[in-house]
Design a protein around this ligand. Structure first.
Ligand code: ZN
Length: 434
């Protein structure tokens, strides 16, 4: 299996820690000197860049939130003068767009990191890479594009849309690797079917999925329908765009480029660091970026980290797929629950994703969780025995998956009332009664 940058991707964890510390110290000096937002934040807590002597000291620093980036619109958080910025991207923010700048060196790093991820996903100089992501102010298209060129692949910048033409190009130009969002890959697959094209006759080998959360079931379906290996990758425009982390062909979590980013997973409520393997909010500190460095940026994405070495030989930490967003989390009996996770479990049990709803109540100071699941009419009215065993299975599997045992209520198809919902799929009565 190919590795783009053996030296950094397979570095010993000790050496990596040392490198991170040096780069972090340099970054803190840079932001303290050049970004008034950070100077003020550090001054408020009486922190000077020299106070950071080990990596753990990073926890003393406050988080940077999406809101802070919007407030800095457009250029307040830049750490270099505009004359040193050679590219600007932007994305929607909390109140105003987030504007991100890149120096020449930032762009060089960006292409390198995307090249790592494409290589991990199977791409080599022999491939023809079709980039079906938006080219423009968003980071996806151009980010992937330059990384693929650096690998030496032949790049087809098809962008999104005109799906029939995309399929024709895939066929005629003999595309071997496709980069797209999961939903767009499904649109392409459907169109292929309509056009009467058998995916087996194509030369496609790899699909790199980016830009939206997706599931293991979707991976399976994409691999089966298109006869490809599909890998996940992670990036966000505030940090750089694509290139932050990407899966290798072992498909066992995304290798995160830790020589450029320091990551932590914290409890979204308390901000306290969590153990490896626990699900929490991903926090990223950039340690090589010149134009737009960010310290402890709250991504709002929920995931877990795995530090065990991967079979591919890379020593970089692996992050799980993004399991949800922090604003979707509900806390029951002190445990963070991601509602969509419950849907995943039901899908595992029944093979389909039935409509369901979580109801949280509080009685005598205790939280109580009820899961309503819609079932088909014949099961609902006729098969009491089957109903009981289904209830038991759901209770057991959901409890094992989320850490809280819910009361299970099977309800008639179409009977769940969505009007009361306080968040998609959730009725939090504790909030309603406040
Ligand atoms: Zn690996």
């Amino acid at each position: 299996m190919n590795i783009w940058d053996q030296e950094y991707e397979c570095m010993s964890r000790d050496e990596l820690g040392q490198l991170q510390l040096e780069r972090l110290q340099a970054t803190l000096n840079r932001v303290y000197r050049n970004v008034s937002f950070y100077r003020k934040k550090f001054d408020t807590i009486g922190f000077e860049p020299e106070d950071l002597v080990e990596l753990n000291d990073l926890q003393k620093l406050p988080f940077t939130c999406s809101r802070d980036l919007s407030d800095g619109y457009p250029y307040d958080l830049f750490a270099v003068p505009l004359r040193e910025v050679v590219r600007v991207h932007s994305s929607s923010g909390t109140t105003k767009p987030v504007v991100v700048g890149y120096t020449r060196q930032d762009l060089k790093h960006w292409s390198e990191l995307v090249a790592r991820i494409l290589t991990a996903g199977g791409v080599t100089a022999d491939d023809v890479v079709q980039v079906s992501l938006n080219y423009g102010l968003l980071t996806g298209g151009l980010g992937l594009h330059y990384g693929a060129e650096l690998v030496g692949a032949s790049v087809l910048p098809t962008s999104v849309g005109r799906t029939e033409r995309q399929v024709t190009i895939m066929q005629d130009y003999r595309t071997t690797a496709l980069v797209a969002t999961p939903s767009y890959v499904f649109i392409i697959a459907e169109r292929m079917k309509k056009m009467g094209i058998d995916a087996k006759t194509l030369t496609l080998k790899y699909v790199m999925l980016a830009g939206e959360p997706w599931t293991e079931e979707m991976r399976q379906e994409i691999e089966d329908r298109l006869y490809v290996k599909a890998t996940d990758n992670y990036g966000l425009s505030e940090i750089m765009g694509p290139g932050v982390a990407g899966e290798c062909l072992y498909q066992a979590g995304m290798h995160l480029n830790e020589d450029h980013f320091i990551v932590e997973v914290v409890d979204p409520e308390t901000g306290k660091r969590m153990e490896a393997g626990e699900v929490g909010e991903l926090i990223i500190t950039t340690i090589t970026k010149e134009a737009f460095p960010l310290i402890r940026f709250r991504t709002g994405d929920l995931c877990s980290l795995e530090y065990q070495p991967c079979q591919c030989g890379r020593t970089l930490v692996r992050m799980s797929r993004v399991l949800g967003r922090t604003d979707q989390v509900i806390i029951v009996k002190g445990i963070n629950i991601i509602p969509s996770r419950v849907g995943d479990i039901l899908e595992e049990i029944q093979g389909i994703r039935p409509p369901c709803q979580l109801v949280v109540e509080r009685a005598d100071y205790l939280d109580r969780l009820t899961l309503l699941v819609e079932v088909s009419e014949d099961l609902f009215f006729d098969k009491m025995g089957e109903q009981r065993s289904l209830v038991d299975t759901i209770r057991e599997k959901v409890a094992g998956g989320i850490g809280v045992t819910p009361r299970i209520q099977l309800v008639e198809s179409g009977s769940i009332n969505r009007e009361e919902e306080t968040a998609p799929g959730v009725v939090d009565r504790r909030k309603l009664s406040q």
